[in-house]
Design a protein around this ligand. Structure first.
Ligand SMILES: [Zn+2]
Ligand SMILES: [Zn+2]
Length: 220
């Protein structure tokens, strides 16, 4: 771990997409963080689904290199100062991201977040920053970019799971939930033309997500 100014920088490896159609190549990158509200997760398993494939096939390389992957599962390595619900060593499954401050999020429906597009397909934090900027690559896909050894998530898109459960099995279980969300959504679309459909996710996911999250301060 190195330090750039006052922010930690972690050396990670990630599968980077640099041109339409791939390939995804493993590269060594520098990732800064975690910020106060972020959780650094070491990825143990990550699914690959048609949403990732559609981005590989449709990516406009003039938009720059990116890290995909949105079905990660892993172990918490470090937490930001304001993170309360997980600690180092906890096992977590990663899900979609939401802003936490719009009307939908505040009323317990983060799957309908008014900033869903920016939070999941913006390849940046909601404040516009990007933890992989030192390496000239963008991440934060679905608030994770899980085709990597390590990711930054937040309490809003992690679900703590019992350590006795196999993370490699939980990863595809996570997948089926948000696949509903994406049905009729971005497949075959280019990134900038993405539209996410009105399909609602599997029951209970959103509410489970919001449990214990009374801190809805906006940071952007
Ligand atoms: Zn998926
Ligand atoms: Zn929201």
């Amino acid at each position: 771990m190195a330090h750039h100014s006052d922010m930690q920088v972690h050396n990670i490896q990630a599968a980077v997409l640099r041109r339409r159609g791939g390939p995804l190549k493993i590269e060594s990158l520098e990732m800064e963080g975690p910020r106060n509200d972020e959780v650094l997760v070491r990825i143990v398993a990550s699914g690959i689904c048609h949403t990732d494939i559609s981005f590989v096939d449709g990516w406009d390389e003039t938009d720059g290199p990116i890290v995909l992957g949105h079905e990660g599962a892993g172990v918490v390595e470090q937490v930001g100062k304001k993170v309360k619900s997980v600690r180092r060593g906890d096992h977590v499954v990663l899900s979609y991201q939401s802003c936490g401050c719009c009307h939908k999020c505040r009323s317990g429906h983060p799957a309908d977040c008014e900033n869903f597009y920016e939070a999941n397909f913006g390849f940046a934090r909601l404040d516009g920053s990007n933890a992989l900027t030192h390496s000239g690559v963008r991440g934060h896909f679905f608030g994770q970019s899980s085709f990597a050894t390590h990711v930054l998530a937040t309490e809003r898109n992690i679900v703590k799971v019992p350590k006795k459960l196999d993370l490699e099995v939980l990863r595809p279980a996570n997948r089926s939930r948000h696949r509903d969300k994406l049905a009729g959504g971005p497949e075959r679309s280019k990134y900038r033309h993405l539209r996410y459909g009105g399909g609602r996710p599997g029951g209970g996911h959103g509410s489970a997500h919001c449990r214990g999250q009374t801190d809805h301060r906006c940071r952007h």
